[in-house]
Design a protein around this ligand. Structure first.
Ligand SMILES: [Cu+2]
Length: 633
């Protein structure tokens, strides 16, 4: 009953906006209740669902889901339809399982930070299709962007903190040929970073930034590309144009009021927020033509001085997702505080720009006439958030407040089906559902709050994501899987696009200190620096004994000389807080100061053979006193 009542209140009031009290009620009381109606439906379809999501032992999944691990700093990989978790990819946080953040190479990459907040994974694209080369993820907390190489599912580059971008939420989303990865500021601040301005001057002296991070098409190496100075709104999700909208990038934003303080009240006063539409081809050109100023060491375009690069499209209040349809014709914008999703027509956007059909401006950026660029308003339901697409011309919009997904038709704009989810869905991911060639078949609901879906483990309930069959007319719930908190965006790629390597080939190892023969293994001293060239191979370390003096600076270059797939070795050093894992053919560098005297065993931490337990050695640290007097301290 309460749900029904809420809906009536919501529908009655929503068109008037500015309804803070009602919203607090709907947004937040909605979290604590389960919709009761669907329980029976779930049960009755159990057998069909079980068969549809069953992958027999030894068989493999058809698709893989890459989903963000939020403030764990990790990315997780699961099979679809089995929803089996198959890998954790550490990105911004230490991860002893793979030794990530313990060796010199990854420590350097992580820099001063030991955590990050992964939000939106983005698979690299060629001609608008996933190409299975890289996965990019953003760090909302420390304004960084990382590249994961899908040949070995490892993080290879972390760019940032990116200058001027503050609260990197509006990424990572790639352009159709991975020319750029989108980036935007969630939190506007005075620029460059480090500048002080009183909060009372927020509306004028604080700035947002939208940006494109450039990607080298051969290596995937990222560099700071173009940046555009924006009004102090909070920039949210983005998507790149394709087909007729190719060359454009879109971000939603909230807080068009430029408010500070209690944003749930102060930033919900106006009727609309904006989608920022950026002509990135023009931005590229402007930078080339020298039309920029240097801010924070980066070339930044000021739209006041360089017109025709960025426009604002009014959209429903408090939007999250902006999603471009597979054919690139429509830009779908959803505001959480309105029960409709708007489809904007790219052709109409371009015409309005040409005709200067503007209704105003924000800091010199033209605001397009909503009615002139709108194609349709779709009555999707309460709290529309994010939209994905299938192969049959349907769109799927997550409804946060309603805890449901609406399926609707592009072109007729009719809602044709709805399925409840448990509960409070944020993002959703359909199979290749944001490319030019969505596959249909499966969709995963990434639920923000899930009560009672798993055994309670205390006040914090395990989160749930749900696999939904979208191959038929009606959506069908197939499976409830645990999701590491916090699920943000995810992407689903066809398994045959992933072509991971089997080993690191010896000839490809470019580490200057790599050794491949036990006769080259050695311990060398240069004053108080001890360098060890070490080999790990089934089932021993060579050398197995390292003698140093207390206070020595120790560097171990450890090469796993195996050329057999999955033959990993670890190096765990007792009470030195060190655990490194080396894959076959890989060399890693371990550095530490031998500041704990005594005898410290090291051992292989990653199971490798029947004699894995025997794979061990000793670090012998002579106490300082004993080195001079021969006495044991
Ligand atoms: Cu081993």
């Amino acid at each position: 009953m309460e749900n029904v009542r809420k809906k009536i209140i919501f529908k009655g009031m929503i068109s008037t906006f500015g309804l803070i009290g009602i919203l607090s009620l709907t947004l937040f009381s909605g979290c604590s209740r389960k919709p009761e109606v669907e329980k029976g439906t779930e049960k009755s379809s159990t057998i069909g669902a079980a068969v549809a999501s069953y992958i027999a032992p030894g068989d493999m999944d058809e698709y893989y889901l890459f989903y963000s691990g939020g403030h764990s700093g990790n990315v997780f990989v699961a099979g679809i339809p089995s929803m089996r978790h198959i890998a954790t990819i550490p990105v911004f946080s230490l991860y002893p399982s793979t030794g990530y953040g313990f060796d010199q190479e990854t420590r350097k990459m992580l820099g001063e930070f030991t955590w990050g907040d992964v939000h939106h994974p983005s698979l690299s694209e060629t001609n608008g299709n996933y190409d299975g080369r890289w996965l990019f993820v953003n760090d909302n907390a420390n304004n960084r962007m990382a590249r994961i190489d899908l040949r070995d599912f490892k993080t290879k580059q972390i760019l940032g903190p990116i200058p001027n971008v503050s609260g990197y939420h509006g990424g990572a989303f790639v352009t159709p040929n991975t020319e750029y990865i989108l980036a935007a500021s969630r939190f506007s601040i005075p620029l460059p970073k480090g500048t002080y301005a009183p909060i009372e001057q927020y509306a004028t002296d604080y700035k947002g930034v939208v940006a494109g991070i450039a990607v080298d098409p051969k290596t995937g190496e990222m560099s700071v590309g173009w940046q555009i100075l924006m009004p102090p709104f909070d920039y949210d999700l983005g998507d790149a144009g394709k087909g007729p909208s190719y060359g454009w990038a879109f971000w939603t934003s909230y807080n068009s009021e430029r408010a500070t303080g209690k944003l749930e009240v102060t930033s919900t006063q106006k009727d609309r927020d904006y989608i920022a539409a950026v002509n990135w081809k023009a931005a590229e050109q402007a930078i080339q033509n020298g039309k920029f100023k240097m801010i924070g060491g980066v070339k930044v375009i000021d739209p006041k001085e360089v017109p025709d690069i960025v426009y604002l499209i009014p959209c429903s209040k408090s939007p999250h997702g902006v999603d471009v349809s597979p054919d690139g014709k429509y830009i779908i914008g959803s505001g959480k505080l309105q029960s409709i999703t708007t489809a904007f027509n790219m052709e109409k956007i371009l015409t309005a720009i040409q005709n200067k059909d503007f209704t105003g401006n924000e800091d010199g950026i033209p605001v397009l006439n909503y009615d002139a660029v709108k194609e349709a308003e779709v009555n999707v339901g309460l709290g529309p958030l994010h939209t994905q697409f299938d192969d049959k011309g349907y769109a799927y919009t997550s409804l946060y407040v309603e805890s449901a997904i609406a399926k609707w038709k592009l072109g007729t704009w009719e809602v044709v089906d709805k399925i409840p989810v448990s509960y409070n869905i944020g993002h959703l991911a359909a199979a290749e559902g944001d490319t030019i060639n969505p596959k249909g078949k499966y969709l995963v609901a990434l639920n923000k709050l899930s009560h009672g879906r798993h055994i309670s483990v205390g006040p914090s309930q395990p989160e749930s994501s749900q696999l939904i069959d979208i191959s038929g007319e009606k959506m069908k719930l197939l499976y409830d899987a645990f999701t590491e908190p916090e699920p943000h965006y995810a992407q689903i790629i066809k398994a045959d696009k992933l072509k991971p390597i089997e080993v690191y080939k010896k000839e490809d190892n470019k580490h200057p200190e790599a050794i491949w023969d036990v006769k080259d293994a050695k311990v060398e001293r240069n004053e108080n620096h001890v360098t060890v060239k070490m080999i790990a191979v089934r089932s021993s370390f060579e050398p197995w004994k390292i003698e140093v003096n207390e206070g020595d600076h120790v560097t171990i270059h450890l090469t796993n000389i195996e050329q057999t797939t999955d033959m990993l070795h670890g190096f765990g050093l007792n009470e030195y807080n060190i655990n490194v894992v080396v894959d076959p053919g890989e060399t890693k560098t371990i550095e530490f100061v031998a500041n704990k005297p005594g005898v410290h065993p090291f051992y292989c931490t990653n199971f490798c053979s029947a004699l894995h337990q025997e794979m061990q050695g000793y670090l012998l640290v002579k106490p300082k006193q004993s080195a001079s007097t021969g006495m044991i301290r």
